[in-house]
Design a protein around this ligand. Sequence first.
Ligand SMILES: [Zn+2]
Length: 560
Amino acid sequence: MKRGIKILVVAVGLVIAGVAVLALTGTPPSELAEILAQGGEKPLRDPMRAARGAPRVLVFALDGVGADELEAVIRSGRARHLAALVGPPAGEPGLYRHAYSAPGVLSILPSTTYAAWTSLFTGEPAGRTGVPGNEWFAREEDRFYAPAPVSVKEHGDALKVYSDQLMGTVTRVPTLYERAGVRSYVSLAALHRGADLVTIPDARALGKVLAGSVEEVADGSISDELYADLDMAGVESLLETIAERGPADLQVVYFPGVDLWTHVAPRPLQDERRYVETVVDSAVGAVLGAYRRRGALEGTHVVIVADHGHTPVLDDDRHSLGGEGADEPPAVLRRAGFRVRPAHLEVDEDEADHQAVLAYQGAFAYVYLADRSGCPGEGSRCDWRRPPRLAEDVLPAVRAFDAANRTGAGVPALRGTLDLIFARAPRPPGQAGPFEVWDGQKLVPIGEYLAAHPRPDLLELESRLRGLAVGPFSHHAGDVLLLAKSSSALPIQDRHYFSGVYHSWHGSPTDQDSRIPLLVALPGGDGRALREQVRRAVGERPSQLDVTRLILALLRTPPH
Ligand SMILES: [Zn+2]
């Protein structure tokens, strides 16, 4: 890679990761000060595939915008480009004059960014993609990955998302762009392997974002400006590419800012809707305008999707279950006799004697356990390629979390924070099986547990957890799975999340976190015909795992 481009892509990784850190701490990651950048697009194929023209697909990928939030924005009339695109409601659920929005579309589990986008843009569940969350432990490599750090604070992997195509390396199944076989551009999305070109904000825009953000944080105010600058700068780069090279047959436009903002916004869901009405709507308008001016809007299906929704939470230490400290989840394992890996992306050789590892996904936490018989003494390194033992390694961890949750045993602050604890009989990597529920005495198959203890709030829990738990990379989800009490049906003071302190989180199997928009519009087209087209391609009840299939079908079908 050319040096200029390399610096640029590192800069973007830093901005996305850095914006989140900066907003919380007021301190930009030190690397930011050193960045000089140029350019805004990075070709991924040489030569690129030739553009063939309609039928085209243009995907707007809105991070963290749940189905109800998008619908409220469209119906508010305050998002004029989105409203004009879909037309007025046409009297039936999900139907608009020029669009169809499929009802009841659920994300994968966890409903967390990196896992969900990877599944959406491959059509495969997390047990097969290899990407089970924002961070995870790959026991076969004894290595921690954190493209979006949650329990850890280092940004090394976030940089590699853009500098080294990290998500392309860790995603173990074909991507949409590899399967589509047409000229594809990706704006800002982390997984872009197989596309012809990726665009990212250019240096001038980055400078503005950084200068503005330092000022803003310094005077203690918090607004969406920083995130809006990031999203708009991303789209500006894309517009330059379209002006120079023409539109691609398949275009994905990713908006990271809306999720980053919702996590920290004072009134998360209202503030999110406002952001979509203003920032996202004008960005969508700018991209549609660029297509229109080139006569490319006709014959372009526009798809609007998201990875997950958001549930407001309280932004204090009591409700955030952190990665370090005497009253946080790792302390439960330490008190139960496990040597726990420090919450860092990398650990020194002399600190690598861990017997337990945690990775956080908001509502879920993954606990990975070693067979401790091979590494009993301090300083001895465990062989993580071997599975743990059920009675000696897994169940002691399960019982310790159960006791802490029921009575506060060992770690009083954790009392009443967990909803369910899952675990499974250990098997070697690649052969892991479904999770079961700990009922206080024993592990019970999920279906059997739910028959006795109905949980209609945990949508399609058994089949969605199966997608995480079964497949060649399902060991990336750990041996024990903790689900925090996180439902929006609970009073906000009873909700908890595995992460540092935020105003809003997600990841759970509940409706609020899981139900996502899947809207297909055709400028000037007919909503009913679109509904038929969507149903023919993916049936009446598609899920997030059907989005890739739907896009491939739209690319093959000439629009009416
Ligand atoms: Zn997200």
